[in-house]
Design a binder for this molecule. Structure first.
Ligand code: SAH
Ligand code: SF4
Length: 374
């Protein structure tokens, strides 16, 4: 039998909270107070909400949890800039969350959208462990709040979370509604007592769930999109990213192009460089073609290629590309006028890098396409 997961205040939309309080006969301004405690004071418990009457606090406590995450481990990378937490959720499943700090004010939380992942990408530790369940919207929100709290504790309240990336465990578009609800909740402006994260500071990374990209194009918010491409021919992508068999490259490119036409926003194609596999000049040339097909208007470069040397994972034998090959690959893109960046690998010593997140207590791997709803 599965343990039921209690509802947290972080699962509620502002409207749901207002409705709940109205049902209890509480004045409307209490919603603002509670929201303020949740998203600005980052309260650790309902008891801390001391400007609420005792009776209301008791009622909240009976009906709702606050945090449902128990921290099982915290690791700091030797570079001092990356931290990773392993959390146990109320039903026993486990997820990981990463904080990446940069020079200046950028403080990025990398959050999970699912416990595990059903997409089965061969080179990804989360894919290697299989799928457990979708996270609730509140469980995604709680990760961001946790990181914000850790930053505040570290610097006497002077450090704030500035960016959020949905690049942790799981495929965000296979848990579309909860992910979008979570980011919208975190985008509630500070003036309304909210967390106040700007849409432009949020990036959702998808493995290429075409219906998800099409739906995302209809969203009004200016949230960034990253598409994990990794291969520019179907033959190779079928091997690396099995969901390609369901949504092959021509469909993926068409959906991304339509997204660009509609939004006029930049998109990045993500590329984990694997020695001798996808770092060849042939792949680079095929990628140039795909980027050209994707760019909505001739002469306007909305596609940006974001490369990262492969991070090692236990279940995949491939290695990061050699420096000379990376340079060669980039040169092909640069000569074709395609904006590209090479990401610095972060937190590798604590397995906090892209694609390295996993938890120990996971079931056997699920069939890759089971969770692929849009
Ligand atoms: N499921 C989503 C988001 C989570 S993965 C997606 O696949 O896009 C976040 C990013 O890490 C993706 O771009 C993914 O392709 C990349 N990644 C996965 N395994 C990796 C590895 N071993 N080394 C480098 N990047 C990896
Ligand atoms: Fe899932 Fe993304 Fe990993 Fe693929 S790369 S298995 S989609 S988390």
């Amino acid at each position: 039998m599965q343990t039921p997961i209690p509802i947290s205040l972080y699962d509620l939309t502002r409207e749901q909270l207002i409705r709940q309080l109205a049902e209890w006969g509480e004045p409307a301004f209490r919603a603002r107070q509670i929201w303020h405690w949740l998203y600005q004071r980052l309260a650790g418990s309902i008891d801390e909400m001391t400007d609420l009457p005792r009776s209301l606090r008791d009622r909240l406590q009976q009906a709702y949890a606050l945090s449902r995450m128990t921290v099982m481990a915290e690791q700091h990378s030797s570079d001092g800039w990356t931290r990773k937490w392993l959390f146990r959720l109320a039903d026993g499943s486990e997820i990981e969350t990463v904080l990446m700090e940069y020079d200046g004010l950028r403080r990025t939380a990398c959050v999970s959208s699912q416990a595990g992942c059903a997409m089965g990408c061969s080179f990804c530790a989360t894919g290697q462990m299989g799928f457990l369940r979708n996270l609730r919207s509140g469980e995604i929100v709680e990760q961001a709040v946790w990181v914000a709290r850790a930053l505040r504790a570290k610097a006497n309240g002077h450090e704030r979370l500035s960016n959020l990336v949905l690049m942790g465990m799981g495929e965000p578009f296979a848990n579309y509604n909860n992910v979008m609800e979570a980011v919208h909740r975190l985008m509630t402006p500070e003036s309304a007592g909210g967390f106040g994260l700007g849409a432009r500071k949020i990036t959702i990374s998808t493995v290429g769930i075409v219906p998800g990209i099409r739906r995302f194009a209809e969203e009004a918010a200016q949230i960034n999109l990253a598409v994990s491409l990794h291969a520019a021919t179907d033959a190779l992508r079928d091997q690396l990213v099995p969901i390609n068999r369901r949504y092959p490259l021509h469909e993926l490119v068409a959906a991304t192009r339509d997204y660009l036409r509609k939004t006029n926003r930049r998109v990045s194609y993500e590329w984990a460089l694997i020695d001798g596999v996808n770092d060849t000049v042939e792949q680079a040339k095929a990628l140039v073609e795909l980027v050209r097909e994707t760019n909505a208007k001739a002469g306007v470069n909305l596609v940006h290629v974001n490369m990262i040397p492969l991070n090692p994972t236990g279940g995949y034998a491939g290695h990061a590309s050699r420096r000379a090959h990376i340079q060669q690959f980039r040169d092909v893109l640069t000569r074709a006028g395609i904006p590209n960046t090479l990401r610095v690998r972060r937190g590798i010593d604590i397995s906090a890098g892209c694609g390295q997140l996993k938890a120990e207590k996971m079931p056997a791997r699920a069939a890759p396409e089971k969770q692929a709803s849009g």
